[in-house]
Design a protein around this ligand. Structure first.
Ligand code: ARG
Length: 653
């Protein structure tokens, strides 16, 4: 049962007699920011009053008179210019919370109209090391997958693995020229990623060396323009100020590019072996591209190598997924769609959506400078072509009503072009959504990397998190007033739960649009908005239940009831009843952070309750049982909420 939805539904019926946009105005009912104003607040009378030319206070009074909320709420109050304050009745709260005691779904009802969702998440490029960006996609996507399932939707999780990209040209080239046979036999994927990095490094070296003089020249030119502009600038002239700012940004951008190029040159130049390899092969980038082209054209040797590499790479990926317990219903990688690409392009051309332009085939979308290239000059199909074929397949074969792409914000432009092209193509009934997320940054505010300069390898990141969590768990256990409780295997088990939970929670609780700085201390802290804090809250609740020596299942079956006797209990009950609200909101906006926020607040509200309301030593047996039931419910809500986010709990910590 979703309280907010009930309130909104009631208001919607009342609003219907004033406007055609009733749902939009009903959506303005929100949880009250300050409990002084009740539990919820409806702010729709002001904008609606404006729209229909009515005094908002009068309108608010009319709405109050016509909604039927007597059972749910205390008499509604109109305040200020026309705010409507809603306070839930204590008796209603009691009944509602008692209904949860034996409800396995904790009040979460399946939606009336389930939709077919495809969630496209993780999607690493195989044979390149998987990095934190793919981890963020994996973690957010898996959470959305579970949340949508919990609301009764039909969801297919699909891992659109990059298994056909240009990296294979580099690996194949590396394999043919630089293979260390014994290393390959021992750890094939490690050797393949070494080869990938090596070929990449050598190509980058040549590219940087070619670009550097031009970059330096442009920089000198911009710097001169900037100096001149600064000298001339009249401090009052806004336009001139803006121009100076723009120039400054360009100069900084160029300086950055030069730094990057210089460091690429230095890495290879400073290593005699690498330098010799680079000098021996100035055309390596072209050669690697040719290997990709040969693979795509069906060359037998390259195809055989691809067939040899793919299972190895997939196995390595699977071991990461196993560790973080990620599941996919399908893993239809880019290669799966290759046989369909020629038809896609032909169809787009036949329908006049794509046409030839400078020897490539492009779809043009109004409002975009760049075209959507579906076949390159050299005849190769692109990432875009594959995504078009994928959409078609998902709609026609998998019957998708909704496709959500959990992908880095830097691909925003690609998805805008994709979605527009797809609509023009005729698939305009399907919801297409880019669930975009920001970059994970290091302390230097650049994309997070390890000291060696590699994008952080995932496995080592997970190991490090668990190791740090182990210290936290052990310190905490050692400091317990009654002495340490946990044995070594138990500490290790909990460290795993805390370490993995911490990493996942960091990806989830930030507003996904924003970049965030990766910080171990913040991520694993026992206080503040972290998984650790919520996990400890859970363990504390379980500790109370343990001390009371109750069997939780029997307590639920015993006929004992929850009674509201204190304001802190009221807050906790209200919080527990809002679990479905949090899930609905997270699903509606594809934002798991609504769920993390909810769990964090609920854990806080529980502390308030525990501070004010003795549980084990409550004055009467009824009160004790009532509060124990509240503890039991809190534990279940927290555990279930965290599970949906892919985070485990431990009853002892
Ligand atoms: N493999 C891509 C990358 O790592 C992400 C793919 C996302 N999904 C999609 N359908 N384009 O950048």
């Amino acid at each position: 049962m979703n309280v907010l939805k009930q309130l909104r539904d009631q208001f919607e019926s009342a609003l219907n007699s004033y406007t055609d946009d009733a749902p939009q105005f009903a959506a303005m009912i929100k949880p009250a920011g300050d409990p002084k104003f009740g539990d919820y607040q409806a702010n729709c009378a002001m904008p609606l009053g404006k729209q229909v030319g009515k005094n908002p206070r009068e309108l608010a009074a009319e709405l109050v008179a016509s909604v039927d909320l007597d059972e749910l709420c205390e008499p509604l109050e109109v305040a200020g210019p026309g705010f409507i304050n809603l306070k839930l009745r204590d008796e209603w709260l009691e009944t509602a919370v008692n209904n949860l005691v034996n409800d396995e779904r904790l009040g979460v009802e399946p939606v009336a109209q389930p939709r077919n969702f495809i969630v496209d998440y993780s999607a690493p490029n195989v044979a390149k090391p998987m990095h934190v960006g793919h981890l963020r996609s994996t973690v957010i996507g898996a959470a959305l997958y579970r949340i949508l399932c919990s609301l009764g939707h039909n969801v297919v999780g699909d891992n659109h693995i990059g298994d056909w990209g240009t990296q294979f040209g580099m690996i194949i080239y590396g394999y043919k020229h630089f293979l260390d046979q014994s290393a390959y036999e021992e750890a094939p994927v490690l050797e393949l990623s070494r080869l990938y990095r090596l070929v990449n490094q050598l190509s980058d070296y040549h590219a940087a060396a070619t670009q550097l003089p031009q970059l330096r020249e442009t920089l000198a030119e911009r710097e001169a323009t900037l100096t001149a502009a600064q000298q001339d600038a009249d401090p009052k002239d806004k336009k001139a100020k803006k121009a100076v700012k723009q120039l400054t940004n360009q100069v900084v951008g160029l300086q950055d590019k030069i730094k990057v190029a210089e460091s690429k040159i230095a890495t290879v130049g400073g290593d005699a072996t690498l330098k010799a390899l680079a000098d021996a092969d100035p055309q390596i980038a072209t050669a690697a591209r040719n290997e990709t082209a040969k693979l795509h054209a069906g060359d037998a040797e390259n195809r055989a190598l691809w067939d040899q590499f793919i299972p190895l790479c997939l196995e390595a990926l699977q071991s990461v997924y196993d560790r973080i317990e990620i599941h996919f219903d399908k893993s239809l990688g880019e290669s799966f769609y290759q046989p369909m690409l020629a038809d896609v392009v032909a169809d787009l051309q036949a329908k006049g959506i794509a046409r030839e332009s400078e020897a490539a085939i492009c779809a043009f979308v109004e409002g975009f400078d760049a075209p959507f290239i579906v076949r390159k000059t050299d005849g190769a199909f692109t990432y875009a072509t594959t995504d078009l074929a994928t959409v078609k397949y998902r709609i026609e074969e998998l019957k998708a009503d909704s496709i959500i792409y959990v992908v880095d914000a830097r691909q925003g432009e690609h998805f805008k072009l994709l979605f527009e092209t797809v609509r023009k193509w005729g698939y305009d009934q399907t919801e297409l959504q880019h669930v975009s997320f920001g970059t994970i940054l290091g302390d230097d505010r650049r994309p997070f990397k390890t000291r060696s300069g590699d994008t952080v390898g995932l496995e080592s990141l997970l190991d490090e998190s668990i190791a740090k969590a182990y210290t936290i768990v052990s310190d905490n256990d050692d400091a317990k007033p009654n002495g340490a409780e946990l044995d070594e295997p138990e500490r290790r088990r909990i460290a795993e739960i805390v370490g993995l939970g911490g990493i996942k929670y960091a990806d989830l609780h930030h507003n996904r649009d924003s970049d965030y700085v990766f910080n171990w201390d913040k991520m694993l802290a026992t206080t503040g908005d972290t998984a650790t804090y919520i996990q400890y809250a859970f363990a504390r609740v379980c500790g109370i239940l343990r001390r009371a020596e109750v069997d939780r299942e029997s307590l639920r079956q015993s006929g004992a009831v929850i009674r509201l006797s204190h304001e802190s209990e009221r807050l906790l009950i209200l919080s527990l009843l809002r679990f479905p609200e949090a899930l609905t909101q997270a699903a509606a906006e594809y934002r798991p952070n609504y769920l993390t926020e909810y769990l964090f607040k609920t854990a806080g509200v529980f502390s308030g309750f525990f501070e004010h309301c003795p549980v084990v030593n409550a004055e009467t047996d009824d009160l004790r049982n009532s509060r124990l039931l509240l503890c039991d419910l809190t534990a279940r809500v927290i555990a279930q909420g965290l599970e949906l986010l892919g985070i485990h709990t431990s009853e002892r910590m």
